[in-house]
Design a protein around this ligand. Structure first.
Ligand code: C2E
Ligand code: CA
Ligand code: CA
Ligand code: CA
Length: 278
């Protein structure tokens, strides 16, 4: 059957442009993938700008395909959403993160908050909240060490999203709005949602050193967030200059290649002791 699949792919490859056959191949492969075996998580530290300590880290999924190599989430999350595979994949991510938190605790490492990205389809799935609740209970971790990252796309149905978010907050987790500023959504939801953090999208951070417009967008977001009682994380921070501009704006946290790229967990443990150079 596997051979037939390959032949089909060749067939499509001749008929369609590379991109669509690429998608077809990835979809076929994703359906076959053994989640716990072929996926892994990398963690990118999030640094407290006051103390320079890595107080949290974001879990980012990677697909290690036996033949195609490492596949970026940019390539397969959309397919996972369209096929519904995001449900088991998302569950695996949350469970894995909880298990890693537990392992950290057992190794006596300092507590660190781990954040998990959610997809639209996963968030609005009718069993999502109960799944989160059972994973947290089964893995026996303190929910205060978990942050769920949602995007503005999930705020379109304000009523429904508000309901889900309150249920999640009741479980004790933290909530972040990811990629803030890129979603074309109304800002009304900010008053209604029980959220803890705004993450300023990296497109607004990239040029804050040189570009006055980007600088005022970032500072406006930070002031607004603070007025609403929210904390701010700047993502995509790559230079020392960006760090000092963000510190000047009283941004709470930063994440980006300046500090570290996403790393396997054992390497994250290693760099934690290297705070001095930050
Ligand atoms: P995101 O949540 O906005 O994650 C940030 C992305 O920016 C990551 O890409 C990260 O590696 C990259 N990044 C970090 N620092 C820098 C920097 O200084 N400069 C630049 N240019 N980029 C930086 P990655 O890991 O390829 O993930 C891409 C997207 O895939 C994520 O964007 C997120 O939307 C999605 N994703 C990743 N893991 C998961 C997951 O477990 N579940 C779901 N639903 N989506 C995920
Ligand atoms: Ca994210
Ligand atoms: Ca983001
Ligand atoms: Ca993004």
């Amino acid at each position: 059957a596997k051979k037939e699949g390959r032949n089909n792919y060749q067939f499509y490859n001749e008929k369609f442009d590379f991109q669509s056959s690429d998608l077809f191949l990835l979809e076929t492969e994703l359906r076959k993938a053994d989640i716990s075996k072929h996926f892994k998580l990398h963690f990118q530290p999030i640094v407290d700008l006051k103390t320079n300590a890595a107080t949290s880290a974001e879990a980012l999924i990677r697909w290690q395909h036996p033949e195609l190599g490492l596949i970026s989430p940019e390539k397969f999350i959309k397919i996972a959403e369209d096929t519904g595979l995001i449900i088991p994949i998302g569950e695996w991510v949350l469970r894995k993160v909880c298990q890693e938190l537990k392992a950290r605790q057992e190794r006596g490492l300092s507590p660190m908050n781990f954040s998990v990205n959610l997809s639209l389809r996963q968030f609005f799935d009718s069993s999502f909240v109960s799944t989160v609740a059972s994973i947290l209970t089964e893995e026996g971790i303190n929910p205060a060490y978990i942050t769920l990252e949602i995007t503005e796309s999930m705020t379109m149905d304000v009523e429904k999203a508000t309901q889900i978010l309150y249920q999640l907050k009741d479980l004790g987790v933290e909530i972040s709005i990811d990629d803030f500023g890129t979603g074309y959504s109304s800002l009304q939801y900010l008053q209604k949602f029980p959220i803890d953090y705004l993450k300023i999208d990296k497109s607004f951070i990239q040029n804050i050193g040189e570009n006055m417009d980007d600088c005022s967008i970032a500072s406006t977001i930070i002031v607004m967030a603070h007025n609403l009682g929210l904390k701010v994380i700047a993502e995509g921070v790559e230079t020392e200059e960006q760090v000092s501009v963000l510190k000047g704006m009283n941004c709470e946290k930063a994440q980006g290649y300046y500090y570290s790229k996403p790393l396997p967990l054992n390497e994250l443990h290693l760099i934690e002791s290297d705070l001095g150079s930050w």
